[in-house]
Ligand binder design. Structure first.
Ligand code: RUB
Length: 314
């Protein structure tokens, strides 16, 4: 697949989910480099790669895993003195990101399963590899668990989730998004993924997550967020806000119906923000932490403290 095809598939959501978007983007960058002719000119190669990275970055604005992964790969490529070195660094960094991203999900699954007691009923939303990893690991350990999975309008990512749960013989109840509050009394805990985590511990995830967290809070049920460390957004330290993607109105209301309703407008934000107060724990590959320790992950784990960011961006 070419870089442009990968970009198109991310934009049209054939490739989706924050972790997968990051891994596919990085592997598209690595493969793209192989298609560029060897010229012996390092700066030309780096310019071409920056252009390619820009195309991938423009696909979807919310999942911070995408810019973080590209930055992790490109940071040292930019410093290379020769084209050969730049190519080698790019390959090594890309492979290492993909490997560590998969390892991170396994570690999160192992830690997350420890937080799922035998006999639990779990609610999940959207289709998160990290969240499902914990649920599948709990099942693998022989725990007797059940899941409530939401539909996730308008893209129905819940159907992917129920397929995986069914394939793993996990008893599952499928509900429409608006049934969350009614069903919360049947549930012991909520586990979801994340597209971005801000410095104040707020979690950006699929639209509807904040309503679920609010209902869980009201019913005194724990909310666990599962997120690899590359989903933390260091630039929020400088006050930058996470952009919430808005997709086409036709995803919600078909154009032919919309055309008959000139006074109706459709809004289609596809992510929302859950404040830290509604989140009991964020499980990362670096450990399970309260949301208020988000800055620690950015500084100690990603290497982005306030000073580093100021030097780089201000
Ligand atoms: C996907 C979504 C997922 C997170 C985490 O949204 O909100 O919960 O990306 O997923 P979309 P993962 O379908 O719009 O991409 O844990 O797999 O990275």
């Amino acid at each position: 697949m070419t870089l442009l095809q990968t970009a198109e598939q991310i934009q049209t959501m054939q490739i989706r989910g924050a972790g997968k978007i990051a891994r596919e983007a990085v592997s598209a960058l690595r493969d793209h480099a192989e298609t560029l002719p060897h010229t012996g000119d390092a700066s030309l190669f780096i310019r071409e790669m920056e252009h390619a990275a820009g195309i991938l970055l423009a696909t979807r604005p919310t999942a911070v895993s995408l810019p973080n992964a590209i930055q992790m790969v490109m940071r040292d490529v930019r410093l290379a003195r020769t084209e050969d070195a730049a190519r080698r660094i790019l390959r090594e960094k890309a492979d290492s990101f993909i490997w560590s991203s998969r390892t991170a999900i396994d570690r999160i699954a192992a830690m997350g399963a420890n937080h799922i007691p035998d006999g639990s009923v779990i609610m999940t939303h959207c289709n998160s590899k990290a969240a499902l990893g914990c649920i599948l690991e709990a099942k693998r350990q022989g725990k007797d668990i059940e899941v409530y999975a939401t539909e996730v309008r308008p893209w129905n990512q819940g159907r992917l989730t129920i397929k995986t749960l069914n394939d793993n013989e996990i008893p599952t109840t499928y509900i429409v998004d608006s049934a969350v509050r009614s069903m919360m009394k049947e549930v012991d805990l909520v586990i979801v993924g994340a597209d971005a985590i801000t410095v104040n511990g707020a979690v950006v995830n699929k639209i509807g997550t904040s309503q679920i967290a609010l209902c869980a809070n009201e019913a005194r049920k724990n909310v666990i967020v599962t997120a690899e460390t590359y989903k933390f957004a260091p630039r929020t330290i400088l006050g930058e806000l996470i952009r919430i993607e808005e997709r086409a109105q036709s995803e919600v209301l078909p154009d032919e119906i919309a055309a008959t309703l000139p006074f109706v407008r459709v809004k289609n934000p596809v992510f929302d923000v859950t404040p830290a107060e509604y989140i009991d724990m964020i499980i990362t590959e670096a450990g399970a932490l309260p949301p208020h320790l988000a800055y620690t992950i950015m500084r100690e784990y990603l290497g982005w403290g306030f000073d580093e960011l100021q030097n780089q961006f201000l």
